[in-house]
Design a protein around this ligand. Structure first.
Ligand code: TPP
Length: 640
């Protein structure tokens, strides 16, 4: 057993190559065992075991800086950099994060979570290094999926220009979450199937001899190797043209080859790309067979790979409580995908757009039914929006499905390309609110604040699954920009006859009458608000509860009517409290001139929320039924 004796990379450096190979098996076993219990990004980590070992074997972190693109593949790095004893806390509340985090370890040179940032960050660090006269290596590890993101190309473009000493390791497994798409991916694939690669794959020694001397081009290497360029697709010519030295493609599971390559290139001080080829999910039968399904997993059975149904961590899933009816669809994403597929049957203009998240956003069924009407644009959220705007301006009805956290990448495109031109693009904003174990990089808490100040856009949030379906149909008939935000998690329907779900522009619905205060809840805050009101009723307090439905335009009749009647308004949203839905209500009341109304805004306060189970985090933010109950009681009793 070698792993247990390794605390830091120096311990690793004492091992022989043979021992490193045994270590890689041990690491795979540890990662599989831990993700089977804690969940996480299994397949991506199994693919980078040898790469991570080789990097730590040859380079000297933390002096040398490793930047993991997206960062979901950093578990092996964490195991080798002082966090082995904490590995059982991976993704657990209070434990180590599933992503690199500078506050967690000096070995995490840059925090990541959103894709395609590594080259830009590496370049910035390299620039700072040179300005300060320091000496170390900066190494970005980027997947072929993350390379489909425009930001990666902005980084490459600038790096080729600055000619900085940085190393970009391109980890090519031909997969994003699903199989990778796009012309760049096809280009990489051509390299892998080229004669050049086939020849060098067989002849490791020959390959190593061909590693460029400083400044030597791929063409020259190929010439040296073969005497002529005939018959070669020159691998990496594209990167060479951008000003990078290119090495590869090399087998990313061959420790000897990688360590030797890294040793050789340490002296090169120009932009360098090392193209390695790996197998996503390697070493665990089930993830090898289904790397997409094992990209991000919840707990699963080791022997069968079958997912273990954990007791839902979402308090609203508790079927024993009244008001709650489980749905046939298991998640809100599925409600969205199935509804869209049904609506598309009768409207050939409806098209679906995803930025590499077809499965996650529930669009698989749409893809099966309408393969020619779905567009996976790669990890390119900004492009997905402008592309949709283009389709909309010429008569189509695009629905672009993005996670709330990733829509942050596309705000300018939403402002300019969609809203300024008032185009009928529907934004299906999935994973809005607290998402859970993926933590602060993935919580979807800024979308309302980011979008609601944009003219022309309508913003809605459904109280339950049935309302989401109704809203989608409404949005597609609106003929203007429209966003629907809904949470991660199980789909349920609220069992309350008052909830009619007739969607009319700018109209919410009053669900409980009351005089002591009025709670105006948004989206999945409606159910806990109803439950909190039921608890307050037992204390003799009559609380009105409304389903706000619209963030924009607000239902001013409903809200101002309740303000006059009760004098106390509480707004609830699972988004940032500043600049969000509550702020909009406050602005409305302020503009109305109504006197003697107090407003309390419940939402996520001005800080980043850590990782942990959704229910625990919601409770900590005071957004579960008990938290809402306490806040409303306090508000009525003490005015705060
Ligand atoms: C901006 C952004 N959009 C979407 C995602 C979701 N996401 C996480 S990993 C991933 C695929 C990454 O593929 P690749 O870089 O090839 O890494 P692999 O998992 O295949 O090793 C996607 C789409 C993200 N993290 N960031």
């Amino acid at each position: 057993m070698y792993l247990e004796h390794i605390e830091y990379p120096d311990d690793l450096k004492k091992l022989t190559l043979e021992q490193l190979n045994i270590l890689s098996d041990e690491i795979r076993a540890a990662v599989i065992k831990r993700t089977a219990v804690n969940g996480g990004h299994l397949a991506s980590n199994l693919g980078v075991v040898e790469l991570t070992i080789a990097m730590h074997y040859i380079f000297n972190a933390p002096e040398d800086k490793f930047i993991w693109d997206v960062g979901h593949q950093s578990y092996v790095h964490k195991l080798l950099t002082g966090r082995q004893k904490l590995f059982n806390t991976l993704r657990r509340h209070g434990g180590i994060s599933g992503f690199p985090k500078i506050s967690e370890s000096s070995y995490d040179a840059f925090g990541t979570g959103h894709s395609s940032t590594s080259i830009s960050a590496a370049l910035g660090i390299a620039e700072a290094r040179d300005r300060l006269g320091e000496k170390f290596k900066v190494i970005a590890v980027i997947g072929d999926g993350a390379l489909s993101g425009g930001l990666a190309f902005e980084g490459l473009n600038h790096a080729g220009h600055l000619k900085k000493d940085i190393i970009v390791i391109l980890n090519d497994n031909e997969m994003s979450i699903s199989p990778n798409v796009g012309a760049v991916s096809a280009y990489l694939n051509r390299i892998l199937t080229s004669d050049f690669y086939k020849k060098f794959r067989k002849e490791t020694k020959l390959f190593l001899e061909q590693i460029p001397r400083i400044g030597e081009s791929v063409a020259k290497i190929a010439q040296r190797a073969e005497g002529s360029l005939k018959g070669f697709i020159l691998p990496g010519a594209f990167f060479e043209d951008l000003g990078f030295n290119y090495i590869g493609p090399i087998d990313g599971h061959d420790l000897m080859l990688m360590t030797e390559t890294f040793k050789k290139i340490k002296e090169i001080s120009e932009p360098l790309i090392i193209h390695i080829v790996t197998q996503k999910g390697r070493g665990y039968k089930f993830s090898e067979d289904d790397p997409c399904g094992f990209h991000g997993v919840g707990p699963f059975e080791l022997e069968t790979g079958a997912s273990i149904k954990v007791e839902a961590s979402n308090t609203y899933d508790d079927a024993k409580k009244s008001l709650h009816k489980p749905r046939v669809c298991s998640s809100m994403s599925e409600v969205f995908g199935k509804t869209l597929t049904t609506l598309a049957e009768n409207d050939s203009r409806i098209s679906a757009v995803t930025a590499a998240m077809k499965e996650g956003t529930g669009l698989s069924c749409f893809a099966e039914k309408f393969p020619d009407r779905i567009y996976d644009v790669g990890i390119a959220e900004g492009h997905s929006v402008t592309f949709s705007a283009g389709m909309a301006v010429h008569g189509l009805r695009p629905v672009v499905a993005l996670y709330s956290t990733f829509i942050q990448r596309a705000v300018d495109q939403i402002v300019h390309d969609v809203c300024l031109q008032n185009l009928p693009v529907v934004f299906a904003i999935d994973r809005a609110g607290i998402v859970g174990e993926d933590g602060p990089t993935h919580h979807g808490i800024f979308d309302i604040a980011l979008l609601r100040s944009i003219p022309n856009i309508t913003i809605m949030s459904p109280a339950d699954g049935a309302e989401l379906a109704a809203m989608l149909s409404f949005a597609l008939n609106l003929n203007a920009p429209c966003a629907i935000r809904y949470p991660r998690g199980k789909a349920y329907d609220i069992d309350l006859p008052e909830l009619k779900r007739d969607i009319t522009l700018g109209k919410g619905e009053l669900l409980f009458e009351g005089t002591d205060a009025a709670v105006i809840a948004l989206g999945n805050m409606v159910l806990p608000a109803l439950k909190a009101a039921a608890m307050l009723k037992e204390e003799g307090l009559n609380i009105a509860v409304a389903d706000a439905r619209f963030v924009k335009p607000l239902d001013s009749d409903l809200i101002l009517g309740l303000a006059k009647k009760t004098g106390r308004i509480v707004t609830i949203e699972d988004g940032c409290a500043s600049g969000g839905f509550g702020s909009a209500v406050l602005e409305l009341i302020n503009r109305s001139g109504i006197k003697d109304v107090s407003v309390k805004i419940l939402g996520i306060e001005d800080k980043f929320v850590e990782h942990g189970p959704q229910a625990v985090l919601l409770e900590k933010c005071g957004l579960d039924e008990k938290g809402i109950y306490k806040s409303v009681l306090n508000f009525i009793k003490h005015g705060i």
